[in-house]
Design a protein around this ligand. Structure first.
Ligand SMILES: Nc1ncnc2c1ncn2[C@@H]1O[C@H](COP(=O)(O)OP(=O)(O)OP(=O)(O)O)[C@@H](O)[C@H]1O
Ligand SMILES: [Mg+2]
Length: 236
């Protein structure tokens, strides 16, 4: 079976005011369809930088990035945008919901961008919001929802295009424990029911430990953490 995602010797650094910072120094990583992976690492280790590369929001300076066997390096911005819209879903810590739109309009937006008919997009958005437990909040705007509810809207939006890979950057980072647990349960249910591949960057070692596979970023390198390894300290 073709790997869902394969990174080979991926490098990314930044030059700012004459200073060069190497963030990712040769990342090798492979995941299969339906895998659920926790990405941990100290603040500044490069988790967001890596997720942006995996999500084609940014390009490596060198290396190879295959999605289902297809090389993404060298694609045009338009091709990458089409790839993101069609195959990837994103959930960020600060959900980036559009304040003027209702929950259902926010969730339907990626489908509308992809050219799906309004009626179909709205129906899909409604059923996803129902699934995340917000069936009675469809017409609420973000400011009329709690933080945990907003994050569930963001999760539903990340799923509306039925992505094969969901990338989440500290999706529970600004939530209390109960809400964080509820979001995590949704990720797990989704992974089990639909086999959506997921990479979730998290500072929470308790959430990370619940996932099948954990990788840790340190010194620009990515290492597998075995199930038997000592649990790390909570870093946030
Ligand atoms: N656009 C940029 N220009 C310059 N430096 C950057 C840029 N983006 C990230 N960096 C630097 O790269 C390093 C890694 O940042 P990144 O945001 O990937 O870390 P992180 O692991 O996600 O941290 P956190 O847990 O705090 O979110 C940081 O030192 C940061 O300053
Ligand atoms: Mg980050």
């Amino acid at each position: 079976m073709t790997d869902l995602l394969r990174l080979t010797q991926v490098h990314r650094g930044f030059s700012l005011e004459g200073q060069r910072i190497e963030v990712l120094k040769g990342i090798d990583f492979t995941m299969k369809t339906g895998e659920m992976v926790a990405l941990t690492g100290a603040s500044g280790a490069g988790k967001s930088t890596l997720l942006h590369l995996m999500g084609s929001l940014d390009q490596p300076e060198s290396g190879s990035l295959l999605f289902e066997g297809q090389e993404l390096m060298g694609l045009s911005n338009a091709e990458l945008a089409a790839h993101r819209n069609r195959h990837l879903g994103f959930v960020f810590q600060f959900h980036h919901l559009i304040t003027e739109l209702t929950a259902v309009e926010n969730v339907a937006l990626p489908a509308r961008v992809a050219g799906i008919e309004p009626k179909e997009a709205i129906e899909k958005a409604e059923s996803l919001l129902d699934w995340v437990g917000l069936g009675s909040r469809l017409r609420h705007r973000p400011s009329e929802l709690s933080g945990g509810e907003q994050q569930r809207v963001a999760l539903a939006r990340g799923l509306v295009m039925e992505p094969r890979l969901l990338l989440a950057d500290e999706p529970t980072g600004n939530l209390d424990e109960a809400n964080a647990g509820a979001i995590h349960d949704l990720f797990a249910a989704l992974n089990e029911a639909q086999g959506v591949g997921m990479i979730i960057a998290t500072h929470s070692s308790s959430l990370a430990r619940q996932m099948q596979r954990r990788v840790h970023l340190d010194g620009g390198q990515l290492a597998e953490i075995g199930a038997g390894d000592a649990p790390e300290e909570e870093v946030s």
